[in-house]
Design a protein around this ligand. Structure first.
Ligand code: NI
Length: 392
């Protein structure tokens, strides 16, 4: 079986990929509302003659491509949703919807996914196994992946492996992040209500001041990472929101604190959550207040399977040999692809997409986020080749 030249194929398809990407970019849609986007995805996949399911987790699209030869099923996932950000790029293809923007590159991911489908479809006579294309809604914190898992995306057929990618503006074009082990953090959000006793600002001894308690809690929480997490491990505890009180001369009855916790290792997560509770409850009690602690929206870490990761590196060496491959890359960001990957081993990799000379290096979720579109054929070729390696 000849090895396909996916980079040439992807470069030939560049106008197709770029036009799709710009069209998605001009018409961003929030999570679970990707109706127009999903319609285009389904249309393009059906045009290839694939078996397409729509309405999976509201607006998700799943398609199966059967190779001519027997082999395993591999699931490849692309996310489709935009963000509630007002675009400031000034690009000719800027968002036409006020207040919404593809500020994370998921427009590119969707266009890449359709390009991969076209390339692999063109080589199906040589393809082994089955490729399950998953176009996921609502990656940005609304739980699209977990919903797709609940609706059976990992069954019929059950994939043996999973693959996913992210265009990555923290790194230039030519860079690849392909690392085994944890590459994106487990994330959860917390909400604390410190219940004290309100009173007159001039008579603090008759009150239990939740603002003083909140200040002590925020300071004391800094010791969880610095004193309880082993120095060679990694964790983040960030308090990002505080609200208490209304005016000068009233001690309020309670304070609200919110924030996020990020970890890579389950043991570290357990330690951080345990110490978090102990510190919050203990310090609050010492300040005469009672703490109510709520944890929400847990997303597990994205943990790459070493064997699948080695195959993606092999794919990169074949199709993008001049790349700089970073093999220990990880970010404290999180990604709900973790819900699929904790069931089915796989590899999640990063494709450098920034070009500082052209000013295309704003970070993800920024109003001026945009990437060098030359990354599109590179990413599509790498994903197609990765599928080729994984189905063997
Ligand atoms: Ni993203």
């Amino acid at each position: 079986m000849t090895n396909p030249d996916f980079l040439s194929a992807a470069q030939d398809l560049f106008p197709y990929t770029r036009d799709l990407r710009r069209d998605f970019h001009m018409h961003p849609e929030l999570g679970f509302r990707e109706v127009r986007t999903a319609g285009i995805v389904a249309r393009e996949l059906r045009a290839l003659g694939l078996e397409v399911s729509t309405g999976v987790a509201e607006t998700g699209v799943v398609a199966l491509l059967e190779g001519a030869h027997p082999g395993p099923t591999v699931l490849v996932r692309f996310d489709m949703d935009a963000l509630p950000v007002t675009e400031e790029t000034g690009a000719p293809y800027a968002s036409q919807t006020e207040g919404l923007m593809h500020a994370c590159g998921h427009d590119g991911h969707t266009a890449i996914g359709l390009t991969v489908a076209r390339m692999l479809h063109a080589r199906r006579a040589d393809l082994r196994g089955t490729v399950k294309f998953v176009f996921q809604p609502a990656e940005e914190g609304l739980g699209g992946a977990a919903r797709m898992v609940a609706e059976g995306v990992l069954e019929n057929p059950r994939p043996r492996h999973t693959l996913a990618l992210h265009l990555w503006n923290s790194a230039p074009l030519g860079w690849l992040g392909v690392a085994p082990g944890p590459v994106m953090a487990a994330a959860e959000f917390f909400r604390l209500r410190l219940r004290g006793r309100g009173g007159h600002g001039a008579i603090p001894d008759a009150a239990a001041d939740p603002i003083v308690a909140a200040a002590q809690v925020v300071s004391a929480l800094q010791s969880v990472v610095s004193r309880n997490v082993p120095p060679r491990e990694t964790a983040v505890v960030s308090v990002t929101h505080i609200r208490a009180g209304e005016t000068f001369n009233v001690i309020p009855p309670d304070a609200l604190l919110e924030g996020t916790i990020r970890t890579f290792q389950p043991e570290v997560r357990e330690t951080v959550l345990r110490r978090f509770r102990e510190v919050v409850e203990g310090v609050s009690a010492a300040m005469g207040c009672r703490a109510e602690i709520e944890f929400m929206d847990y997303t597990p870490a994205v943990v790459n399977d070493p064997a699948v990761t080695a195959l993606v590196r092999q794919a990169a060496a074949k199709v993008l040999p001049e790349s700089h491959v970073e093999s220990e890359y990880a970010t404290m960001g999180s990604e709900d692809m973790a819900f699929m990957m904790q069931e089915v081993p796989g590899c999640y990799f990063f494709v450098g997409s920034a070009n500082p000379e052209k000013g295309l290096d704003a970070p993800h979720h920024h109003p001026r986020f945009d990437f060098d579109e030359r990354v599109l054929p590179r990413a599509a070729a790498l994903m197609a080749q990765a599928v080729w390696e994984v189905v063997g």
